[in-house]
Design a protein around this ligand. Structure first.
Ligand code: ATP
Ligand code: MG
Length: 226
């Protein structure tokens, strides 16, 4: 039965709860990592569309603990607040979950280590690492990037701007998603200037931003945000 047909079964029972092993365990799991400072509609549209295109059971929006490549370039919102925003963003989105494994691991976040953690959480699953093309362009600077492409299939989505080429030794799949010209950098600066964030982040994320008083008095640092 397709998920759509499932919706129309009268008095349908609750779907089986997500378990990490056994027959109902996810078989195809996407890892979509980021700083998510804050999470926006570009992230959600990407996660939902890659999940659909590649028939993934689950996409994990993994919140970086210490985004080591961004450290020192700007103020990073503390990880628990970024996790709270991602949890709010995905709460009602089927098949998309917030991941806290990198926060639990502590220290700088390396995708190679995260994939090991995911492989032990979902031992039967095929793993996919999802990145925007700006992030993909820097993949050879990632810690143990060869391990990333050995442990998972690399999935690249285009962001607005010039498409990038990857080194020939890096295997990857391109997935088309609607291109949305939105970035967390722009959202932080909008918030700082008092411009609205409405429709660029979802309502539940706005609620977390408001209730925690995030993104006030951002200090702009030239060149920050990649
Ligand atoms: P910042 O501007 O602070 O760098 P960001 O918007 O790029 O934030 P990140 O948390 O850095 O968001 O990105 C996490 C992942 O999401 C990266 O792989 C990035 O390429 C991808 N991504 C971010 N925004 C978009 C978008 N609008 N469309 C597609 N992918 C995106
Ligand atoms: Mg970025």
């Amino acid at each position: 039965m397709s998920p759509l047909e499932w919706m129309f079964v009268p008095n349908r029972p609750e779907p089986p709860s997500a378990t990490t092993t056994g027959p109902s365990a996810p078989r195809r799991v996407g890892l979509f990592g980021g700083t998510f400072d804050p999470p926006h509609v570009g992230h959600l549209v990407t996660a939902v569309n890659v999940r659909h295109s590649l028939e993934l059971d689950l996409v994990v929006l993994m919140v970086a603990n210490v985004p080591w490549q961004k450290e020192g370039t700007r103020r990073i919102t503390p990880a628990p607040a970024r996790l709270a925003m991602v949890e709010a963003a995905v709460a009602d989105v089927p098949g998309i979950v917030a991941g806290s494994a990198e926060i639990e691991l502590g220290g700088p976040s390396y995708t190679a280590d995260t994939l090991v953690a995911l492989a032990s959480e979902y031992p039967d699953a095929e793993l996919f690492t999802i990145v925007g093309d700006d992030a993909a362009a820097g993949i050879t600077s990632w810690e143990r990037y060869r391990e990333v492409v050995e442990r998972s299939a690399l999935v690249v989505v285009d962001r607005p701007g010039d498409p990038v080429e990857l080194p020939a030794e890096v295997p990857w799949i391109r997935v088309e998603v609607p291109r949305l010209e939105v970035s967390s950098t722009d959202l932080r600066s909008r918030s700082n200037d008092g411009r609205p964030l409405d429709y660029l982040v979802t309502e539940p994320v706005l609620d977390v931003i408001r209730s925690r008083g995030l993104y006030r008095d951002e200090v702009a640092v030239a060149g920050a945000g990649t």
